[in-house]
Ligand binder design. Sequence first.
Ligand code: GLA
Length: 386
Amino acid sequence: MSLNSAGIFAEKFGYKARITAFAPGRVNLIGEHTDYNGGFVFPCALDLGIEGSAGLRSDRTLRFYSANFALNGVTEISLDSPLSGDWTDYPLSVYKAFKAMGYSADKGADFVFTGNLPDGSGLSSSAALEVLTGLIISKLYGFPVTAQQLAVFGQFAENRFIGVNCGIMDQFASAMGKRGCAVMLDSATLDFSYSKIDTTAAAIVIVNSKVKHSLASSEYNTRRRECERALASLNEVKKSPSLCAYTPGEFEEYKNAVKDDVIKRRARHAVYENERVKNAAKALDCGDLQHFGKLMNESHVSLRDDYEVSCGELDFLCETAWKIPGVYGARMTGGGFGGCTVNLVKRDSLENFEKTIKEEYKKRFGVDAELYAVSAGDGARISADN
Ligand code: GLA
């Protein structure tokens, strides 16, 4: 897939880019809002993502151009500039993260980005941009940084500079994804393993509700604080480093230590969702798609009722999918408040699935849902180093 960032680079900046690289978006199969609660997640990288081309400069200027924000033209800042509130904050924050980690760039660079992730769809375009910028920086300046560190630096950039207290899932999937596999990641230790996804019998279909997840960052930070409150209360009766370190049995035993009902429900989601991820990975390894799908459905119900991060459109897309023959499971994916659902659909039911979802969604909300049958792709990689 060529997104032609190198061609646009030559046009915009009048010289040949040194590095061209790609970082994918991700879809999470199950394990939502567990990655900042010390739990497991089970995402895969996509074939969709962001490509970037870059060249080193001799001064301290940074120039950024995105074909997706073409109207903004070229943004010119310096390595020492503060954030400005536009999209260039993402690559700039990655420079700042590298500096904080002891890798200080002494020269500026020119960048062109082109992407094919649907905008605002919750498929982690920001994480892809962070990991991509990190990969390019590491090559341009010769910083010896591993793929895992790229994920950590990306998350650091997002937490410290962008101000979203996200977990590590999105950046990890973008940096460490593997073709044909989902990544089973323990967010507490960063231990991970790959599970093969057999897509001959079933397809992973993403449905974009087209609802922009604008509430996401403020509500996201609120959920995190609620989880911290739940953990503090539970810790009064049974010490644990994180919510996901409680088993469901322990949670049932100690839950009355959490007095506030809303806070208790947040904790219940985290504890049971973590259990579901572990069971889902086992189900996938034994090829039990029926069970995998059932866990996906339960995950959605928990995100809707206990964690309250769904919305009418996502609920409708899942409830519609659950009734279509050949659908193993359907759930919202990512942070929530809009974005996409992920569906596991029998190959021979795909056509009917697509038709029914599109028709029903249009009838109910007057909006054309977009569907993408995706395959799991590799993590971030360099495609040219001149
Ligand atoms: C966002 C965050 C992730 C994760 C998900 C919810 O995508 O960036 O770290 O918490 O929400 O599972």
